[in-house]
Design a binder for this molecule. Structure first.
Ligand code: FES
Length: 147
């Protein structure tokens, strides 16, 4: 199985190359684009990124596996990310997680993640890359019923 960035992502990558002093600094944006393109990061995508950035494959894998935002298998369910770091935890993220597990685990997969950098909106969740602030069970119901 092989992987190639599609035309849209190839154009984005060309633009990103001008913004970074070293090509290897593109590792996170490329992993992110690969995941957006395929829904997960495949071995073939990591190999492609490794060759493009002239980095060992193990380096690409070690970066991808460090971050909770990257997935290595395609999800059948939509993924909701629930922040579990301090500000969100103090504002009820554990209760939000339990609420989602109790009511929506058949349709959505919960992934606990570290700080999303939006602590002023704690508790935070994302659904398909879209941020939701000050999440409550009522807000979860509305968001999930719209998706
Ligand atoms: S602690 Fe949750 S967004 Fe920062």
């Amino acid at each position: 199985m092989s992987f190639r960035f599609n035309q849209e992502n190839t154009i984005k990558i060309a633009s990103l190359l001008n913004r970074y002093p070293q090509k290897k600094a593109l590792i996170l944006p490329l992993l992110w684009l690969a995941q957006k393109q395929e829904g997960f990061i495949s071995d073939a995508a990591m190999k492609n990124i490794s060759e493009f950035l002239e980095l060992p494959l193990m380096h690409v894998y070690s970066v991808a596996s460090f971050y909770t935002m990257f997935r290595f298998a395609k999800n059948e369910k939509k993924v909701i990310e629930v922040c579990r770091t301090l500000s969100c935890e103090l504002n009820g993220s554990e209760d939000i997680k339990k609420y989602i597990q109790s009511n929506y685990s058949d349709r959505f997969e919960i992934v606990e993640v570290e700080c999303m950098g939006a602590c002023s909106g704690a508790p935070m969740c994302t659904l398909e890359g879209k941020y939701f602030e000050n999440v409550t069970p009522q807000k979860i119901d509305k968001v999930f019923n719209d998706n």
